[in-house]
Design a protein around this ligand. Structure first.
Ligand SMILES: Nc1ncnc2c1ncn2[C@@H]1O[C@H](COP(=O)(O)OP(=O)(O)O)[C@@H](O)[C@H]1O
Ligand SMILES: [Mg+2]
Length: 441
């Protein structure tokens, strides 16, 4: 465990170095969730973790963050991903916008926001990822700048599938209920599509078009560093439910987007932020192809996105994540992750503890783990004669991280590499023995 790099609904995300065994020498991002936090929630928060694990175990696309392993101890659930050290789009839009991607007109008057070129590049990579997952019946449901991170080369990856839904699953009513209850936790009000908000309030139907709404919000936000629909906390009626709050938000109708954006971008944003989901861009059959065909994306070849030179190349060294907020830099991993005997006092044995059952079968190892090259960044870095590039980053030297070595023969089934006993992994902290135990097979 190295540094805290992010925080989410149920836990923290840290950078971690795997010392031994499979993929030794590689840095990962590891999302750590304390099982007791899950137990304390009134709804089944564990369902959201399961959704993330199950969905990501099936996805393999250059625009989708790659999950490499999941494992657990008595107290915690760990989900290991490629470490995307280039920071989130939220950071680049609102915190420190690099000059090469800044919107120069806005910068000149001291405002944040990305150039059309950058919005087009990141937008296109997200569209490619959405198109891929929608074809497979997966909705993300939490597309926002915090959930898009850059890899060390500057390519965008969609992460955080904790709200995602596999539409091919039999409708699992309990998961749906949990999702709705959890939504203020996993999404933010300003990003929810109108139909999703009414679904939260009234149980109405919604579909993949909610992701296209969220894309519209994100394009707006990337370009202007503001949200199209906002409501100051002080303006909120504390008694209002989410649906009532939504009705208080200024509607897109009242926003004149044409004055805020170049005409092509305004056209796309207006087409995505259409309140009636049946008329929204992307909602039709083969909707993603329609989104790709907007004039704003005309310069983009969607089949060759990964060979496009990113507009901003992060400057990173091995395992370092310089593009995270000060708050995280100041956090001490040891204070954030607790490995304690579970069940706590008062509960007799593991067998009687409901949580130990809930995560039965959760462990997963991505076959790509075998093909990770810890030196990929170093090699590519040397070849590109870039400065400040060290080893680390679990991506390979090829342009497409997800189509790494291994060809088409890999399968995505869980390998069932559960630690033998919980005791065996105690004392793992800081040593990564847990990884060795969990991944050795
Ligand atoms: N693979 C990753 N590489 C780099 N940073 C990450 C990675 N995964 C998550 N993060 C950071 O951690 C934050 C929280 O992770 P996320 O998966 O979104 O959790 P949550 O579901 O709790 O929101 C993200 O916004 C991002 O900044
Ligand atoms: Mg998130």
């Amino acid at each position: 465990m190295e540094h805290v790099i992010g925080q989410g609904s149920f836990g923290i995300v840290v950078s971690a170095y795997k010392k031994e065994g499979l993929a030794a020498g590689t840095y990962f991002a590891v999302k750590v969730t304390d099982k007791r936090v899950l137990a304390d929630k009134s709804y089944k928060a564990s369902n959201l973790l399961w959704a993330e694990r199950n969905v990501l175990a099936q996805l393999d696309h250059p625009s989708v963050g790659r999950m490499l392993a999941t494992f657990q101890t008595q107290s915690n659930i760990f989900m290991a991903f490629d470490l995307y050290s280039g920071g989130s789009l939220f950071y680049h839009v609102h915190r420190r916008t690099a000059p090469e991607i800044a919107n120069s007109d806005r910068l000149a008057v001291g405002l944040h926001g990305l150039s059309d070129e950058a919005v087009r590049f990141y937008g296109a990579e997200v569209v490619a990822g959405l198109s891929y997952m929608h074809q497979r019946g997966i909705m993300h449901r939490d597309i926002k700048t915090e959930n898009i991170v850059l890899d060390w080369q500057g390519h965008a990856k969609i992460i955080d599938f904790g709200c995602s839904k596999d539409l091919r699953d039999n409708i699992d009513a309990s998961h749906e209920r949990d999702f709705r209850r959890a939504h203020t936790l996993c999404g933010t009000l300003e990003q929810l599509s109108p139909e999703l908000l009414s679904a939260v309030a009234r149980g109405a139907a919604y579909g993949k078009s909610s992701d296209w709404w969220a894309l519209g919000i994100m394009l707006f936000e990337m370009s202007t560093a503001t949200m199209p629909f906002t409501l100051d906390r002080s303006e909120r009626d504390p008694g209002a439910n989410e649906h009532q709050l939504r009705e208080q938000l200024p509607l897109s109708k009242s926003q004149d987007v044409s004055s805020l954006f170049s005409s092509d971008l305004a056209e796309l944003i207006s087409a995505l932020l259409v309140e009636d989901q049946t008329k929204r861009a992307g909602s039709q059959r083969r909707g993603s192809e329609r989104v790709k065909s907007y004039a704003f994306f005309a310069p983009i070849n969607f089949d060759r996105l990964q060979s496009r030179v990113p507009p901003f190349v992060p400057v990173v060294t091995a395992g370092q994540c310089p593009y995270v907020g000060k708050k995280y830099k100041a956090m001490d991993v040891n204070e954030c992750v607790h490995e304690q005997k579970y069940p706590p006092k008062g509960r007799k044995s593991k067998a009687t503890d409901p949580l130990s059952k809930i995560f039965d079968g959760f462990d997963f190892v991505n076959p790509d783990m075998e093909f990770l090259d810890p030196n990929a960044m170093e090699i590519a870095g040397d070849a590109n004669a870039r400065t400040g590039v060290g080893g680390g980053g679990a991506t390979t030297a090829t342009t497409s991280s997800s189509s790494a070595a291994g060809g088409g023969s890999k399968t995505r089934s869980g390998l069932g590499s559960s630690p033998d006993t919980v005791d065996q992994v105690e004392g793992w902290f800081g040593t990564w023995d847990i990884m060795k135990v969990a991944c050795a097979n």
